[in-house]
Design a protein around this ligand. Structure first.
Ligand code: NAD
Length: 452
């Protein structure tokens, strides 16, 4: 089906009201959960074929992540769909003031390749729970996972309401010419601007989940061993191809010296002497990205790792020292397993360094000095923050997850996913009775008395 016919078909379904009853939404979510449980092995294999993702990572960060999100949604959805009754003033004391939760209509979800399952199913869970119809456009750069979704989602979900549309930039461009009621995009900032411009033509509201350079600040009050383990786990998971991966690290020269020693040991403990032979270590998604990431190594001082193998698209977990703010590696999001350490003198310099750049998607602060932690939180901006760990803020389903400025707009996860796909419609139900009428006239007189 072409994009126009596809959207028209979903629009007809939406207008029939089929996707709105709460029982329908619950049934679809349960069916999606069933697919994830029944096809877990196949999904893991697809993720391995696309990204060399270990089974452990596939289950933890993709399959179970979505199952838990569905479970959480199922246990709260009945309370989320209820209208809110906000406080009113004396002026409306006889009226009813409500916020109704209305689905937008036909939504488009565009995903990235690095977590190719989670990044389309997460928004889909929100869209279903809010009562929308959805076109799902998975990334063409994770083709096995995209094919899995195209083949299996129609087996488990209502085809009249949820459809997978496969393709790359050309197909997405065609799709974006259609009028959607909501667009949820995950991917690079560059393409995010294209999507936003296309959405603007129809005044379609959007969530943009983009990337950026997420900094780590580490000081000498933090436990270096724990910090190194947590930073390297965040950096090396999926071979650094994680939107919230720590991108670069700010610390003093002294901390840098001690940290490098610990990093060498931790990497060996995680992936052995030869990470290329480890079943737990990923690969760069394609040759273009492999060339891009290895080019960033040029001219850098390699303290740990640095080995590459083009045939296998392998890049070793790598730590780079004495990196400067204007080095090439500091100009773009790395999206690979390279950790540049940028020496700074103190917390004030770290804050300046962060504020001179685009607002990042995530920020990580490793410190036991609460005053400095609070100061960084107060004086910088980021989509989200984890203190004394990496990535973990996105696993808290009561926290909004999203970017700010260059790293995106809007948020999701848990109730925030439901709200992302919901129009909160403010309704004032006036009282038509005698007392209400008298009150309304008194209010009118009062206004004219004050402002003749
Ligand atoms: P990408 O922007 O290349 O592609 C994302 C999607 O956009 C794909 O589905 C692709 O088919 C489509 N697309 C590509 N070019 C297009 C064009 N010209 N017009 C219309 N659509 C187009 O991004 P990517 O390489 O898949 O993902 C990597 C980026 O995504 C990184 O910057 C990363 O930080 C970011 N990311 C962000 C999050 C988040 O939650 N904020 C999560 C994962 C990845």
């Amino acid at each position: 089906m072409g994009p126009h016919k596809l959207v028209m078909h979903l629009r007809t379904t939406f207008e029939s009201g089929k996707t709105k009853p709460i029982e329908y939404r619950i049934e679809q979510l349960k069916s999606l959960k069933k697919m994830l449980q029944e096809k877990s092995e196949t999904i893991s294999q697809c993720l391995y074929d696309d990204l060399h993702k270990s089974k452990h990572d596939s289950i933890l960060m993709e399959i179970d992540f979505c199952i838990n999100d569905i479970r959480y949604t199922l246990s709260h959805i009945r309370e989320w769909v209820k209208p809110d009754y906000p406080a009113t003033s004396v002026a409306n004391m006889l009226d009813t003031v409500q916020v109704l939760k209305e689905p937008f209509g036909v939504a488009l979800v565009i995903g990235a390749w690095n977590y190719p399952l989670q990044l389309v199913l997460g928004p889909l869970i929100g869209a279903i729970s809010a009562g929308n119809c959805v076109v799902i456009k998975p990334s063409e750069l994770a083709p096995r996972t995209a094919d899995f979704l195209a083949k299996n989602l129609p087996e488990y979900l209502d085809r009249d309401a949820y459809q997978v549309y496969e393709g790359g930039a050309a197909e997405t461009t065609e799709l974006l010419k259609e009028r959607f009621d909501y667009i949820f995009y995950t991917g690079s900032t560059e393409v995010g601007k294209i999507v936003h411009a296309a959405a603007a033509k129809h005044l379609t509201p959007t969530t943009l989940e983009l990337g950026g350079k997420s900094p780590v600040y580490l000081d000498n009050t933090a436990d270096l061993e724990t910090a190194a383990r947590r930073i390297l786990w965040g950096k090396c998971a999926n071979a650094g191809q994680t939107c919230v991966a720590p991108d670069y690290l700010l610390c003093t020269k002294e901390v840098q010296q001690d940290l490098v020693r610990v990093c060498r040991r931790v990497i060996e403990e995680y992936y052995g002497k030869k990470p290329q032979e480890s079943g737990d270590y990923g690969r760069i998604v394609n040759d273009r990205h492999f060339r891009r990431v290895t080019a960033l190594l040029e001219g850098c001082k390699v303290a740990v790792g640095g080995e590459t193998d083009a045939g296998d698209r392998y890049i070793a977990p790598t730590v780079l020292t004495d990196v400067k703010g204007d080095d090439v590696i500091m100009r773009e999001e790395i999206f690979g397993p390279l950790l540049p350490i940028v020496p700074i003198r103190d917390v004030a310099e770290a804050i300046r360094f962060i504020n001179e750049r685009e607002k990042p998607l995530a920020m990580y602060i490793f410190s036991n000095n609460t005053r400095d932690v609070d100061r960084i939180l107060r004086e910088t901006s980021a989509g989200g923050v984890t203190v004394n760990d990496t990535i973990m803020h996105l696993t808290v389903n009561t926290l909004p997850f999203g970017g700010v400025g260059g790293s995106g707009m809007g948020s999701y996860h848990g109730r925030h996913s439901f709200l992302a796909f919901t129009h909160e419609k403010g309704v004032l139900r006036k009282n038509l009775g005698f007392v209400g009428e008298m009150l309304s006239r008194a209010r009118w007189r009062l206004r004219h008395f004050r402002y003749p």
